[in-house]
Each structure stands twice: as C-alpha cells, then as structure tokens.
Design a protein around this ligand. Structure first.
Ligand SMILES: [Zn+2]
Ligand SMILES: [Zn+2]
Length: 134
C-alpha cells in the first residue's frame, strides 16, 4: 500500500509505501513547540519506504541528533529523523497525508509532557463548524 502527502503549499510532496511501523500522537514539548500545536501525529517507517517526489525539505536541528524536515516555503512540518535514537527510521507527520484517515493513530506517547487540559480534550463541546453567535 502506498500513501501520498505533502505540505500546505504543495512545494514538497512525498510518497510512503509498505507497512507503517506505528502511528503515535506525540505530546512532547519539542514537537509542540516545533509545530505550534498541542500534539503531533507521527507515522513511523523504514527510511527507504519514504521518498520525496517533489521539492526539497529544509532540515532543522531541533536537538543534538533530532532533525525536523519542513517545507522551506510554507513551513509545514513533514518528517523527523534521529540517527542516534532511531537509526534507519523516518517519522512522517500523519496530518500531512492527502487522506489523513488512511492510517488511524494507535497510541498517545510522551504524555509525561502533555498539556494538562489535553487529557480531557475529547470531552469538550463539539460543533460541526463554529459555536452559535450571540
Ligand atoms: Zn510548502
Ligand atoms: Zn514529540
């Protein structure tokens, strides 16, 4: 099975093939600060399963060995690699898939660093669009 995705502006496109190793929603401070979002979904693959087919991501050294790959034009985060902790592995931000429903998330990780209110976020009121005005 192959899955395609890319950044918001379309300058960087990728394809991932074969079985995903896992899909985790990461609550770590590093992901949160980098993404500007309460958590980040990551699908893990062997490095050779993921090919950039358009454009060239920019690489940010987010920690000693952590590398965050993002679109240099629109800033969308796409990949994470860490040759020390995760040799031969690449994580793909699952919300950048063309079909983000294709591979359901399997776990929450790094919840030791989770924002307090995120633990109950699924209990908040929901609206198809926005809350009623006035
Ligand atoms: Zn872009
Ligand atoms: Zn993280």
């Amino acid at each position: 099975m192959a899955i395609a995705g890319g950044c918001h502006c379309g300058a960087v496109r990728y394809e991932a093939s074969g079985d995903v190793l896992t899909h985790a929603l990461c609550h770590c401070t590093d992901c949160r600060r980098s993404a500007g979002a309460p958590m980040v979904g990551w699908t893990m693959y062997q490095l050779d399963q993921v090919k950039v087919v358009k454009g060239t991501p920019k690489v940010y050294h987010s920690s000693k060995d952590g590398r965050r790959h993002f679109c240099p034009d629109c800033g969308t985060g796409l990949f994470y690699t860490n040759a020390d902790m995760l040799p031969g592995i690449i994580d793909v931000q699952s919300a950048t898939y063309d079909d983000p429903n294709a591979i359901p998330a399997r776990a929450h990780i790094q919840v030791a660093e989770r924002i307090g209110w995120m633990a109950n976020a699924h209990e908040l009121p929901t609206f198809d669009r926005y809350p009623p005005q006035g």
